[in-house]
Design a protein around this ligand. Structure first.
Ligand code: PMV
Length: 370
């Protein structure tokens, strides 16, 4: 690994106990990552908007470890105040994997308190916000125990790299605005190992874009993303798909700079449907969209053709529908959602979100900002 560093060990007696806290948002892919290889490397480039409201707030408590340091990593995780054995085990595996980068992790006792801004049962993946929040805490911990990284860009790049090893798409969440993960010729520092920010390149129209998430179903997914990525290895459409996604990642950069909401929407919707077509053409095949997903899509298309408003949808690896639209049509869109789309949402729930400013470090005892 590029960041491997066996010299990052501590003298345990000299480490005073402490805690670090980050709030990190989720992101929505515009061009989708679907298919990976090697050590969590993407088969194609992807581009996302970082969200504002859907976020994870994570506090990492650390203290010198008292017992033997030969075993794995000593970590306990609480989600919204409740011990979570499943997430604890997953975090343990993740931190163990980071030992070549951060050998000091096995010299500490770690306790993680984490909570999401959205309801746990909302059917919204928290891996991007959760893994990016934890990765940011870890890089802050490195700075606390050793020395500051050269600058903020180096800090965020390392956090992005570490987040990627936890959950691929999480690497895009460490930047506000928008991010690209994977190699794109126009972005000289772009890489499969970490994401880079393209916030500076966003046209003002996209800087204030909305993303309302319609919660069509809050049930857990039948097929995990991990399994879905794996099925791409045998998918006959995989090679042309990777070429298409790379070409679209390049194209959408220009679209985001120009403020071209129409071409943006065409790419967005095709990306969503292509992602689900890849699931349907996998062996074994599976479907994550539900009848209400299609009802929402059809009603949206009708509304768009009647009004001419540039409101387009995208989908994650699940049945929920994201509606993306500019501030200029926020009023009629909200009315349309309330009057026509909420009947297709479980418990009439939706989350109003928008392009966000990115993660922020919080004081450990500070209450979470709204
Ligand atoms: O990061 P993962 O392994 O959970 O995969 C996420 C893939 C999509 O959300 C469907 C697309 C993306 O690029 O975020």
């Amino acid at each position: 690994m590029a960041y491997d560093n066996p010299s990052l060990t501590v003298v345990t007696e000299e480490v005073p106990p402490g805690a670090l806290r980050w709030r990190s948002p989720s992101n929505i892919a515009l061009v989708k990552y679907w298919g990976k290889h090697g050590d969590q490397l993407p088969r194609n480039a992807s581009v996302s908007f970082t969200l504002q409201n859907a976020a994870t707030d994570t506090t990492l408590h650390y203290a010198p470890r008292r017992e033997s340091v030969t075993g794995g990593v000593d970590v306990q995780l609480q989600l919204a105040g409740t011990p979570e054995p499943k997430f604890t085990a997953r975090t343990q595996t993740y931190l163990k994997r980071l030992l070549p980068v951060y050998p000091f992790l096995r010299q500490l006792e770690l306790r993680i308190e984490t909570q999401n801004s959205f309801p746990h049962s909302a059917g919204i993946a928290s891996s991007a916000s959760g893994m990016s929040a934890l990765a940011l805490c870890l890089v802050s911990l490195e700075e606390q125990l050793f020395e500051p990284l050269p600058d903020r860009a180096a800090f965020l790049r390392k956090a992005s790299y570490l987040a990627r090893l936890g959950s691929g798409s999480a690497c895009r969440s460490v930047y506000g605005g928008a991010a690209v993960w994977g190699q794109v010729p126009e972005l000289s520092d772009s890489s499969g190992a970490y994401a880079v920010s393209i916030a500076e390149q966003l046209h003002p129209t996209f800087q204030s874009y909305h993303d309302d998430i319609l919660l069509v179903s809050r049930s857990e997914k039948a097929v995990s993303s991990r399994a879905g990525h794996g099925l791409m290895d045998q998918n006959p459409y995989a090679p042309p798909r990777y070429a298409q996604a790379n070409a679209r990642s390049r194209e959408i950069l220009g679209v985001l700079q120009r403020g071209d909401t129409e071409r943006f929407g065409q790419l967005l919707e095709s990306e969503a449907l292509t992602l689900h077509a890849l699931m349907m053409s996998s062996q074994p095949s599976y479907t994550l969209i539900e009848p209400n997903t299609l009802h929402v899509i059809n009603l949206l298309r009708q509304f768009r053709s009647e009004t001419g408003h540039p409101i387009y949808f995208t989908l994650d690896a699940g049945p929920n529908v994201h509606l993306l639209y500019p501030e200029a049509v926020a009023e009629p869109t909200r009315r349309f959602i309330r009057e026509h789309l909420l009947p297709y949402c479980e418990d009439r729930m939706y989350l109003a979100d928008r392009v966000g400013t990115g993660p922020e470090q919080l004081e450990v005892n500070q209450t979470t900002p709204a």
